[in-house]
Design a protein around this ligand. Structure first.
Ligand code: NAD
Ligand code: WQD
Length: 347
């Protein structure tokens, strides 16, 4: 595919990561010009090769291995490209690790975002879509899906970095003319590109999140799923979450990016389906899709977990025109295709 050389660039930070790489693909397929920066701390360059292939790019996708905490490195990228907007994914995201290494999380996520916002200001780039998370909501569940105006409050340093990053962006938007920013609060992303050539590639031996763990049990890399608690107040006693296909999420970013040009200032949108699945339902659906038994044991609850986290998706539906298009079966089928054809991720 040929992309017009007059177009300004969309800078995607964290664009070699799981959600970032899928978003880069959707951007390219809709004719956007993209430059990616990533420090490869939780990824590698290979997803970009897969993106190039899927998007039919004739030349290499511009990529710069830059750490957002390196302001000079970042400024160099802004000097080289005519950037009009930024989608900011780059962050450390492991909740448990953030409890052990809070300062590293604050430095990486918060200081990185400050550098990015400073550099955007210096180069008069005032459009940003930001990867936020349902984790910013106060962890009280009263049987209702979470709305964008629910009380905020985080239980981990990771969550607090997301809240601080949102706040930094909000204050910057309010302090100067011309900024447009959209915070996208995702619930539980999973799935993979339908080709099976792109997906989530956890770097650690034991994935933190449920679905990559389930996929690795399905392929035989791990012996069994540890289900964290079966005494929650839910239909089968296991935790309920709102899962969203990564390609739906990627498409939502491009919708948000286009909305930045409408000058709405600072906005927040939840991204989820509005329906929840228990851990056992997720295991069962994955098992049906791959036609294999997925062994599991019931373990004690994981510290910090709550019974149910559900998204209220109507604001995104009404104002962004975004609704999820891919169901749970498709999330599992696409995840399984990726896991089967790439048992060791991008290695
Ligand atoms: P990921 O780890 O696959 O992608 C993040 C990317 O950012 C990685 O490629 C990493 O190398 C890069 N990065 C980290 N720190 C950097 C720095 N200082 N400079 C440059 N690059 C840096 O994670 P993901 O699942 O794709 O998540 C993307 C974003 O979405 C993150 O901000 C995450 O907090 C947020 N989010 C993720 C989830 C989820 O469950 N996956 C849920 C809600 C929000
Ligand atoms: C889902 C359910 C677990 C693993 C996390 C972050 C959140 C956001 C998304 C970034 C829960 C259960 C899990 C396992 C299990 N990330 N589980 N065995 O905790 O909803 O959200 O990822 O912003 O901030 O906290 O997702 O996939 O870890 O857990 O039984 O091996 O699966 O108890 O009920 P979570 P998860």
């Amino acid at each position: 595919m040929a992309v017009s050389t007059d177009l300004p660039y969309v800078l995607v930070t964290g664009g070699t990561g799981f959600i970032g790489s899928h978003t880069v693909l959707v951007l390219l397929s809709q004719g956007f010009r993209v430059v990616v920066v990533d420090n490869l701390s939780n990824s590698c360059e290979e997803p970009l090769r897969r993106v190039e292939k899927l998007a039919g790019l004739r030349e290499k996708l511009p990529f710069h291995r830059v750490d957002l905490t390196d302001k000079e490195g970042l400024r160099d990228v802004f000097r080289q490209y005519n950037i009009s907007s930024v989608i900011h994914f780059a962050a450390l995201k492991a909740v448990g690790e953030s409890v052990k290494k809070p300062l590293a999380y604050y430095r990486n996520n918060v200081a990185g975002t400050l550098n990015l916002m400073d550099t955007m200001t210096e180069f008069s780039v005032k459009n940003i879509v930001f990867s936020s998370s349902a984790t910013v909501y106060e962890a009280v569940y009263e049987g209702l899906p979470l709305r964008e105006d629910n009380p905020l409050g985080c239980t981990s340093p990771y969550g607090r970095t997301k809240l601080f990053m949102e706040t930094i962006i909000k204050d910057a938007v309010e302090a100067a003319e011309g900024w447009n920013a959209i915070m996208l609060r995702y619930f539980n992303p999973t799935g993979a590109h339908e080709s099976g050539t792109m997906g989530e590639a956890p770097q650690q031996q034991f994935p933190n999140n449920l679905m990559p763990y389930v996929a690795q049990v399905a392929i035989g890399k791990l012996p069994e799923v540890h289900v964290f608690g079966s005494d929650y107040n839910t239909r089968d006693g296991t935790g309920v979450r709102d899962y969203i296909h990564v390609m739906d999420l990627a498409e939502a970013h491009v919708i948000a990016l286009k909305r930045l040009t409408e000058n709405h200032g600072y906005e927040i949108f939840n991204l989820g389906s509005g329906t929840g699945q228990t851990v056992l339902e997720m295991i069962r659906t994955m098992s049906e899709v791959c036609g294999r038994d997925i062994p599991y044991t019931i373990d004690p609850r994981r510290a910090g977990d709550i019974d149910t986290i559900l998204c209220e998706p109507s604001k995104a539906a009404k104002e962004l025109g975004f609704v999820v298009r891919r169901d749970l079966k498709q999330m599992c089928a696409d995840l399984w295709r990726w896991q089967q054809t790439n048992p060791n991720g991008y290695e």
